[in-house]
Design a protein around this ligand. Structure first.
Ligand code: SAM
Length: 383
């Protein structure tokens, strides 16, 4: 079977690596997506175990269209009875960028009609459309004159892990947080510190990586469990085998934040993720935080600037730079920010940079190596 994994911009190679480890073949990275092949068991496994995918689609048909009639004809040719029954409910989720259609609701309606007519002709009955809780979600992607019809096997996007008790002010998407840790090259064994931890997303994703906890463990729902061919025994086997991989890593994961509310939210999320005792969180300004280790990683998601004045932002980023130089020698530090220019205030030269998107915001994810002597090289005077 062929599958398409969807992800966030910049995480395609991380996801391709994850899929390879999970047993996928014919892996091909694309734009915000990775194509691959595998069995039904693999589809269950990647839904349950992938940290950097947003969803997994099963392509049903891909074709060129020159008119709405082409879309109806091609959608009618799919063997829908292999996928659902006349008494199933379904919805069509459209993503449309094409001059052929000015409104994405219209092509979705055409596909709905094609499915309804298919069943009416075969059985005299038609499946019902249900947009809130359907049995089957069909993904319709039209880009210029190319259309793809797929089944969404995840339905609820996979960043919704199910451990979030508290939202926080500007929480990272869980897929982005896990992807950042993997892009940074953190392998789950070295100590990890997030001194601006907010609601704790990076800390939780980190301990889940370190302890090999499948990210699907807390989810109540996957789209494929409502499919006609759902194999519950096989899914239970996948869950059991994945959970058998869980270890007690002993990796030190620590966080802190200047806001009391954030600390409380992070603690609540850590508890809900079952990681109590494995993540320690303190109330502190970053400038006063000591290093948790002399060879660990810091991954930091500072406030971006939408909420702060330019002078406050400058001070904040130069404080981050000074603190890193003075207190974190031996560590690697990674910072995500939407303001490329803010990085200049850090006063260190990044070793690596990636472009990522946090929601609609284009961001830089920059990595620094901090060593004794960084102070001198950066021209910073000792305190
Ligand atoms: C963008 S949020 C982090 C969100 C977090 N990654 C999450 O997923 O919830 C930035 C955080 O930095 C904290 N912060 C701002 N200035 C700080 C400072 N000087 N020291 C420590 N934390 C600070 C804020 O309180 C806020 O929680």
């Amino acid at each position: 079977m062929k599958f398409t994994a969807k992800t966030l911009y910049g995480l395609e190679n991380v996801l391709a690596g994850e899929l390879e480890e999970l047993g996928a073949s014919d892996i091909q990275a694309a734009n915000r997506a990775v194509l691959f092949s595998g069995s039904k068991e693999l589809l269950y496994k990647v839904n349950y175990c992938s940290r950097s995918a947003l969803s997994f689609l099963v392509p049903l048909s891909g074709f060129r269209i020159r008119s709405k009639e082409d879309l109806y004809k091609k959608a009618s040719e799919v063997e829908w009875s292999e996928i659902m029954n006349h008494d199933s409910s379904f919805s069509v989720a459209p993503v449309v960028r094409s001059e052929l259609f000015t409104h994405s609701g219209y092509p979705a309606l055409i596909v709905k009609d094609a499915i309804a007519d298919y069943f009416r002709e075969k059985t005299g009955k038609r499946p019902s459309v249900n947009t809130t809780d359907p049995d089957v979600v069909i993904n319709l992607h039209i880009s210029n004159d190319h259309a793809d019809i797929s089944l969404d096997s995840s339905v609820i996007p996979l960043y919704k892990r199910g451990y979030r008790a508290e939202q926080g002010l500007a929480p990272l998407n869980e897929v982005l947080a896990a992807g950042m840790l993997m892009l940074a090259g953190w392998d789950g064994t070295l100590p990890l510190q997030d001194p601006m931890c907010g609601s704790g997303t990076l800390l939780i994703e980190a301990q889940m990586i370190a302890n090999r906890i499948p990210p699907g463990k807390f989810r109540q729902f996957f789209g494929f469990t409502r499919w006609k061919d759902f194999d519950e025994t096989l899914f239970n086997k996948v869950k059991k085998e994945s959970e058998a991989q869980i270890i007690k890593s002993g990796t030190l994961v620590t966080g802190s934040d200047i806001s009391e509310i954030a600390v409380r939210q992070a603690e609540a999320n850590v508890r809900k993720a079952g990681l109590e005792g494995l993540v320690s969180i303190g109330l502190s300004d970053f400038r006063d935080v000591g290093r948790a280790s002399d060879n660990g990683y810091l991954v930091i998601n500072p406030p971006y600037g939408e909420r702060l004045k330019p002078a406050e932002i400058e001070n904040l980023y130069s404080m981050i730079g000074t603190t890193l130089k003075h207190h974190f020698a031996g560590n690697k530090a990674w910072i995500i920010t939407s303001g490329k220019e803010y990085l200049n205030n850090i006063g260190l030269k990044p070793k690596k940079k990636y472009t990522l998107f946090n929601g609609a915001l284009e961001c830089v994810f920059a990595g620094y190596e901090l060593y004794e002597g960084t102070k001198k090289q950066a021209g910073v005077k000792s305190p």
